[in-house]
Design a protein around this ligand. Structure first.
Ligand code: DCM
Length: 150
């Protein structure tokens, strides 16, 4: 009984922490042949023209990897397979940003900029020069290491 109560209160504490942090936004670090997929935002005006890892808000009841797969399908018309996590939680205005690593599923279509101004594959030496949105810039060193490790 005590163990059940303890487990329940742990779940409640986790939920309270999640609510305090706000909604979770997932970002996708999709890697292919040593290159990273990056996408140029069109909105809001403050972020338009700057580059990001594609992603978006996790919907209620949805897992983070499922949200990554859905967002890549909706925004890029491609199919990804989530392979892990990168970096720590990044605070953003909308809540918290979590980066997941991914690869294109075998036979997946080439990503298209359905909701971005452009998408492109970037190498490790280019990443420092990219005009990143602020949150994503915080993981550039991790992204370079990810590309170099493959
Ligand atoms: N966001 C971000 N970096 C990303 C993806 C999203 O900082 N790689 C931010 C921008 C928005 C919020 O998350 O404030 C929601 O993203 P979107 O507008 O793309 O749904």
């Amino acid at each position: 009984m005590l163990r059940i109560l303890a487990a329940r209160s742990e779940v409640l504490v986790e939920r309270a922490a999640a609510l305090a942090a706000g909604p979770v936004v997932v970002a996708t670090a999709a890697v292919r042949a040593g290159l990273l997929l990056i996408a140029q935002r069109t909105r809001p005006p403050a972020l338009a023209g700057r580059w990001e890892l594609p992603g978006g808000r996790v919907e209620p009841g949805e897992s983070e990897p499922d949200a990554v797969v859905r967002e890549c399908r909706e925004e890029l018309a491609t199919q990804v397979r989530v392979t892990g996590r990168l970096g720590t939680d990044l605070p953003i205005d909308a809540g918290v940003l979590r980066v997941h690593t991914a690869e294109l599923a075998s036979g997946a279509p080439e990503p298209q900029a359905l909701e971005h101004a452009a998408v492109r594959w970037a190498g490790p030496d280019e990443l420092a020069e990219v005009d990143w949105v602020d949150a994503d810039r915080a993981v550039v060193a991790d992204l370079v290491a990810l590309l170099r490790s493959g």
